[in-house]
Design a protein around this ligand. Sequence first.
Ligand code: SAM
Length: 278
Amino acid sequence: MFNQLELINERPAVFAHMTVADLWTDPHVSEQMLRFHLDGTVAVSSGTTEWIEAATTWMAREFRLGGNSRVLDLGCGPGLYAIRLARTGARVTGVDFSARSIAYAREAAQKAGLPIDYVHHDYLAYEPAGRFDLVTMIMRDYCAMEPSQRLALLRTIGSALASGGAFVFDVDSTVAFANMAEEVSYSHSPRGGFWSAEAFFEFHNRFVYPDERVVLDKFVVVEANRTRTLFNWIQCFDPTMLAAELGEAGLRIDATLGNVTGAPFDPASPEFAVVARR
Ligand SMILES: C[S@@+](CC[C@H](N)C(=O)[O-])C[C@H]1O[C@@H](n2cnc3c(N)ncnc32)[C@H](O)[C@@H]1O
């Protein structure tokens, strides 16, 4: 028991284990995530409905989306942004590895009569067809990848951008990092809950890595017949750090914003967004 608890509470090396897919593609967890996405009053998996309206209105105007535009939404989830961007007349492609979200998105597009191309795929292994005027990655997904994944994805995006095209994405800031403290908690869900429909115990450790400005939420979820360890990494950035890694991939920051609704940059905010170009 003592040895098991030591393992549960062990601090891994930064980005040592990547389990993003386990969070989004597990049949039970993805159902909980979809519920959060579709609850327009909370900003858990997606922004609130009001936020999504503001973000897509800003994008449509800022990037002059219309009949000749092509948009690629990486990690599109159930397509809450993609469907609104498609209403501008733009041809939209959404990529996500959650089968549940893609199924929802396809059905919604069909009901709306919008020809959105939803691709059920890992965006880290995706080869975009053609060139895009706007590439988006929304809800700070960028921060969940490890450095080599981020660099490879940026290179893919760089070569998928049409001339004058933009990549818009948001990140957790170093202000968010400064507010994070290490913590440990334990809970018991005898009737099931977020992680499983069956009874489970959850051990949560938050680790912070000051040199790298990385936060890890590590969850060990113990059920009667299975134990899962999930590693949710968050790389926090300031605009200088982000500019350096975009530069490695041949991209530059064209505008630094407060968020994806186009709000002005706020150095005290836990997040910010950028418009990057080749
Ligand atoms: C925080 S949610 C944001 C969803 C959407 N952008 C929104 O704001 O409504 C992150 C999404 O990215 C997807 N995702 C994460 N990593 C992915 C990967 N490597 N390939 C494809 N989809 C991924 C998840 O399935 C999830 O739908």
